[in-house]
Design a protein around this ligand. Structure first.
Ligand code: BGC
Length: 499
C-alpha cells in the first residue's frame, strides 16, 4: 500500500470512529432522556399511590368530615346540604306525574306514568326546549310565563286519555340546578344565577312560587310537589324507586357528588327545622371534600392553582371527568419537556384541557397490539405524530395511574358514607351487633362510571378491597340513569298531596 493509500485508510478509519462516537453519544443521550421520561412516570406513580392503608385513612376522613358538616354550617368543607326530602319514591306509587328540568340554556319537560306495584314505570315522554336568549336576562315573569306555557302545551300534547280526573291538580317535580336556599320540600329561594342567566328580579324569590304563579296564569292546574335542587337527589330517588335498599347515590361524570339518607336526629345543625323523625336526604356536595390523606401531586396543585375555583372542589379535581384528561396532559407535557420521546412538535401538549377525558379513556382502553388508537389520538388531537410504540405504552401507563387513583378514591368516599351510616359491616357507627348484615344499595350515575369500564372495574374492586369480601357481599353498586329527569317526577309522586 502506497503512502496515499495508507493516508486514505487512516482518514476513513478516523471518520468511521467519529461517526460511531456521535451515534454512541446520541444513543447514550437518548437512553438518558428515555430514563428521564420513565422517572417522571415513576415519581407520578409514587405520588398517586393508594395503598389500602391510605384508602382506609380517606374512608375515616370522609366519615369524620360528614359528622363535622352535619354539626354546623361551615364546620367542614363538606357542605352537607339539607334537601327536606324525607320520603323517597317506592314502586307502589301510581298515577301520572310531570317533571321540569331547568339547568342551563335548554330545559326538559317530562311526563311519567307509574303503574303501582309490579308494573313500575309504564311510560315516559320527554321534550327538550331552548330558552330564548332574551329571556335569560329579562324579567322573572317573562321567563316563567314562557316555561309555563311550554309546559302547558306539552301536557296537552302528551295527554293520551289515560290522565287522572280532569279537575285533579297535576303534580310536578322541579329540578332547578342553580344555587338555591331550600326552605321546604317544595320551596326555595334563589341565591344567584349562574350559567349565563341574569334574571335579576328572581334573585331572593321563591322560585317554585314563581313557577306556580305562571302555571296558574297559563291555566295549568299543576303544583310543585317537590323542588329538587340537585341532580344527585334524583339519582337516589330513581334507584330507590326500583330498590328500597338504596341508601346513597353517587354521580361521577363531568362533576361529582354524593347524597344519602341521614337520621334526622344526627343532623345537629338543623334541629327544630325538621319535623319528621325518620330520615332525610343530605346532599353532601362531596366534590369539595378535602383531607391531607388524599394523594396529591405537583400536577394536582398546579391544576388547582390555575383553575378559576382554586382551593375548592379538591376531591372533584382528582376524580371527575372534567379533570382526568387534564391531569394526564400535564404529566405528558412534563415528559415532553424533560425528554424527546414526543419529538420536537409537542406544542399542543402545552394547551390546557386539550386532552378531554373520553380521549384519555380511549387511549387507556386501547388493546390493539400496536396501540393504534393511542397513535390516532396523538396525531389527530395532540398533533404529535411518529411517537414510538414504547413511548405510547408509557402514555397508557399514565392514563392508568390517573384513572386508578380516581376510581379508588371514589371507592373510599363511598365506603366513608357507608361507615358513617353504619353500613360498612363494622357494626360500629350503627351500634348494631356484628353479624346482622343488611343489604345496602348505592346508586351510581355518570359517564365516567357508566362508560369507562377500566374506571368502573377499579372502583368496584377497591370497594371490595376496603370492605373485605364478606362485608362487600351486602353492598350493591347499581347503575342509575336520568335521575334529574325521571327522578324528579318520582319525587313529585312521593311528595304528592294526592297520595
Ligand atoms: C356540583 C354538584 C353536582 C355534581 C354532578 C358538581 O360539580 O357541585 O352539585 O351534583 O357536579 O353533576
Amino acid at each position: 500500500m502506497g503512502r496515499v493509500g495508507f493516508g486514505v485508510a487512516v482518514g476513513c478509519a478516523v471518520v468511521t470512529c467519529a461517526i460511531a462516537a456521535v451515534l454512541v453519544g446520541r444513543r447514550v443521550q437518548n437512553r438518558r432522556k428515555w430514563r428521564r421520561a420513565v422517572e417522571v412516570l415513576r415519581e407520578f406513580e409514587e405520588g398517586c399511590a393508594t395503598s389500602i392503608g391510605r384508602l382506609g385513612q380517606v374512608v375515616d376522613a370522609m366519615a369524620v368530615e360528614m359528622h363535622a358538616g352535619l354539626a354546623s354550617d361551615g364546620g367542614s368543607k363538606l357542605k352537607m346540604l339539607l334537601t327536606f326530602i324525607d320520603n323517597l319514591p317506592d314502586g307502589n306509587a301510581k298515577g301520572t306525574y310531570y317533571a321540569l328540568d331547568l339547568g342551563g340554556t335548554n330545559f326538559r319537560v317530562l311526563r311519567v306514568r307509574l303503574g303501582g306495584k309490579g308494573s313500575m314505570i309504564i311510560s315516559h315522554q320527554v321534550e327538550y326546549h331552548p330558552i330564548p336568549q332574551e329571556l335569560m336576562s329579562g324579567t322573572s315573569e317573562d321567563l316563567f310565563d314562557y316555561i309555563a306555557m311550554t309546559l302547558k302545551q306539552f301536557v296537552e300534547r302528551a295527554d293520551d286519555g289515560s290522565e287522572q280526573k280532569a279537575d285533579e291538580k297535576k303534580e310536578l317535580g322541579f329540578t332547578f340546578s342553580f344555587p338555591v336556599r331550600q326552605m321546604s320540600v317544595s320551596s326555595g329561594i334563589l341565591v344567584k344565577w349562574t350559567k349565563g342567566f341574569s334574571v335579576e328580579d328572581a334573585v331572593g324569590k321563591d322560585i317554585a312560587q314563581c313557577l306556580e304563579e305562571a302555571m296558574t296564569k297559563a291555566g295549568l292546574n299543576m303544583q310543585v310537589a317537590a323542588l329538587q335542587v340537585n341532580d344527585i337527589v334524583g339519582t337516589l330517588a330513581l334507584c330507590h324507586y326500583y330498590d328500597k335498599d338504596t341508601v346513597a347515590a353517587v354521580i361521577i361524570g363531568t362533576g361529582t357528588n354524593a347524597c344519602y339518607v341521614e337520621r334526622t336526629d344526627a343532623i345537629i345543625k338543623c334541629q327544630g327545622l325538621l319535623k319528621n323523625s325518620g330520615g332525610t336526604v343530605v346532599n353532601m356536595e362531596w366534590g369539595n371534600f378535602w383531607s391531607s390523606h388524599l394523594p396529591r401531586t405537583s400536577y394536582d396543585i398546579a391544576l388547582d392553582d390555575e383553575s378559576p375555583n382554586s382551593n375548592d372542589q379538591g376531591f372533584e379535581k382528582m376524580i371527575s371527568g372534567m379533570y382526568l384528561g387534564e391531569i394526564t396532559r400535564r404529566v405528558l407535557y412534563r415528559m415532553a419537556q424533560e425528554s424527546d420521546i414526543f419529538g420536537d412538535g409537542a406544542y399542543n401538549l402545552s394547551i390546557r384541557f386539550i386532552l378531554r377525558t373520553p380521549s384519555m379513556a380511549a387511549m387507556h382502553e386501547d388493546d390493539s397490539p400496536d396501540l393504534r388508537e393511542v397513535r390516532r389520538i396523538l396525531t389527530e388531537t395532540l398533533q404529535v405524530p411518529h411517537v414510538s410504540l414504547r413511548a405510547r405504552r408509557l402514555i397508557v401507563r399514565v392514563c392508568d395511574i390517573v384513572t386508578r387513583r380516581a376510581a379508588r378514591l371514589a371507592a373510599a368516599g363511598i365506603v366513608g358514607i357507608l361507615k358513617k351510616i353504619g353500613r360498612d359491616g363494622s357494626g360500629v357507627a350503627s351500634g348494631r351487633a356484628k353479624g346482622t348484615p343488611r343489604r345496602t344499595v348505592v346508586a351510581i350515575e355518570g359517564a365516567l362510571y357508566v362508560n369507562y369500564s377500566m374506571f368502573r372495574e377499579y372502583l368496584n374492586e377497591a370497594v371490595v378491597e376496603i370492605l373485605g369480601e364478606e362485608a362487600a357481599q351486602n353492598v350493591v353498586l347499581r347503575v342509575s340513569e336520568d335521575g334529574s329527569g325521571i327522578g324528579a317526577a318520582l319525587l313529585a309522586a312521593a311528595h304528592s298531596s294526592n297520595r
